[in-house]
Design a protein around this ligand. Sequence first.
Ligand code: NAP
Length: 299
Amino acid sequence: MGARLLDGETLAVKIKEGLKKEIAQLGAPHLVAVQVGENPASRVYIKQQKKSCEEMGLTYELKEFPADISLEDLSYAIEELNKDKRITGIILQMPLPAHLDARAIQIEIAPHKDVEGLHPVNMGMLVYGNPRLAPPTALGAIELLKSSGVNLKGKEVIVVGHSEIVGKPLALLLLASQLESATPTVCHIATRDLKFHTKRADILFVAVGKAGLIKADMIKEGAIVIDIGINRVPMLDEKGKPVLNEKGKPKKKTVGDVEFEAAKEICSYISPVPGGVGPLTVTMLIKNTLECAKLQKAG
Ligand code: NAP
């Protein structure tokens, strides 16, 4: 059996079409990214975010702060962004320098500008089963699942990974009213027998960041598998040797947490990496910015 692919690129284009119309009606929302110090990885994200926002009719602004800024000064700067009526949403780029407590800063962002859905007020709404602004990756993973057309009623859903940005909100979204009839179980590093759980999953979400964690024999026949993990691994030739680039360094490729080739022979649907949840994360970030604009308009 060959699984059908859950194509995040195509779904993202479709969702963006709808969002574009709403954005045009609302006027250009303004997203501000807060970057503290230098980080090459977050530079890549910033570039992608800026491009995606501008394509969608949002304006994007980068506010940079020195790596040695104090918690008090950064909190004050966030407070100023909160007060600025021109700003619709605020993203805090991670990681922050070690002396800054990311959670303490995240909490400073006004709940109605919290496009990442990480403020306790927004997390609380999620716990209430009434999500308002939820973390984009978790929202994207749910959208991809819904695109399979599955009826969730009575389904066993396993979520591997319990981070605040993916696993936990994902489990809570699965318990929220429109999806309430699934039965989510959350696995983590201390889970005693991961295979026992994954093997009974009708729907399996994996968000860990370990290539090859989920092998084909850990997946139930006919399951739906949504792979959220992103890992850079060396490319190997047919003899299992690293492929080198022109500088003699190992070439790398991006893979998820699931052994894709073997898994796709077992499951009914599978999301690829890249091209699965990734394109939906930025789409949901834009959707959240739009939600922020609506919340602010409603007062
Ligand atoms: P994270 O904060 O490091 O969380 C990883 C989670 O996996 C933790 O809850 C950890 O549990 C759990 N875990 C670690 N080893 C495990 C094991 N052997 N068995 C079961 N659970 C295990 O990472 P994250 O931010 O959630 O991201 C997870 C992955 O998703 C990463 O690869 C990241 O790059 C990717 N990601 C993708 C997107 C996207 O747009 N596609 C967006 C965000 C993240 P403990 O806390 O108990 O150790």
